[in-house]
Design a protein around this ligand. Sequence first.
Ligand code: ZN
Length: 511
Amino acid sequence: VVREVVDGNMRSVNLAQPHVGRNELCPCGSGDKYNVCCEGNIDWPSILSGVASDDVYVRSLSVRGKNLKFLDFVGSLFQLDRFDKGIPWPAIKKACTPKIVQQIHYMISKLWPDKEDLVHCLEREKRGASGLYVGTYNPEAILRGITRHSLYDESILLVDPFPYVMGVSPELNPLQYPEKYVSNTLMNLWLWIKLQPWIAANIIKFVRTPSDFDYQLFCQSIDVEEKRYQTEPELLALRAQLLDETKNSEVFEQYRQFLFLRVPDSSLRRQIKEMHPHFDVAKVEEYLQGCRRLRDAHPYCTALPEPNGESPKSWSEFIITTTGTNHEVAKVMCALTGSHLVTDSAIRWKEIELDRKHNDLSGDDWEPVAKAFQATEFKFLNNVSLDSALQVRKDERLRDVRQFLRKLWHQSRSDNVMSNANAKLLAEELTDTMRHAEEEWRRIQVSGLATLGREIVASITQTIVSGNILWLGALGCSAAINAGRIRRKEALYANQNYPAAYFARLKRENG
Ligand SMILES: [Zn+2]
């Protein structure tokens, strides 16, 4: 058995013709058995025997298969045997050299070779019922939001925050300038590794977007988005308001601290002197030590190297923030995967609402269901630790909620018109399901199965707790961007319906 590292062989190669049992897990990594997955479509025994090329192998993997392969690769880079609780972050931070940054980005481009492969992968996801998350992308928001949302969806698709090197211009490319991507890489790795158990459990899947592979599509979608902002004063006002709120939020404070700490010690020392002109030398050094401790304790904050006589530009770094993908591309992805949108962002929700309004989509029939959603408080998993949340899910607790919602997604995706009477019945069923779920949740809490905990980077004193879910049924996919670019021959958008969920509307509690 040969293990690869980037330029070697991608697979564990068996020299003997390997046997893949029909009832064994499919080698594509989907989590399904071979006989209900790839058997008859993909000849896994010959791929695993090393006859086929790496390219064929990679194109035969499912989304989860690619995710696990990536994690395997990360593990081998950092010599992690397993992704358990005791991830040695200080060691990872130290080991994350520009060379490793390069290898990681290169590996991603190997695992996701082109758009054709991506579209194929996304379409395979249609078998499940999933939500595509577009929203706040700082790791804490994702960990808290998505893992809670896992109670309501079979699986959640998450756009990989790593940049796709083939689509990045040479002067910004991580392969050319890996030293500028160290913090960014650590931040993304932190998220990936934290979510590893969720990926293994087939709940969370990292995907890429069609616009990664298609610059024109990317530009087109941005144009549509820009136009929307120009013509919709509501959106502009909301953006301004949210920006204001963000400036006063704890997450932003945390981000500022991160930016402050990541500079070289010499620069930090200068800033401390500026902030506290009355400090003597000893006091400045003491303060600096405190900053260093904070930096060391931070999972992905690392100091930039000292400028070493060069211009400050040479030691600058890119910090990339993302919301996954824009609304237009997200819709395409929903159509391909049969997913609905999930967001915690008021602005993304507004975009969904406006889109619906302008395309005159008949979602009004669903109003009773939407009202029932709004009237329900979703208290599950408030302040529960990441491990407990996963355990609750693995133990199939609160399964009725998922089953009901699955039915709801399915119905709202179909072409059948929803009658008002039917919508009322569904609304009643929703209220009922949630009441039972609340009882079950109380029992789980009493039994102590769900331990409290917080997934935090630094010191967040506020906790985000329950909110209600906004819901829009039968949101159509409108062809704002040229569908022919995604998948030729087929009109991708024709009569595609998908619902949209919204799980934020969160309250903050001090605690
Ligand atoms: Zn398979």
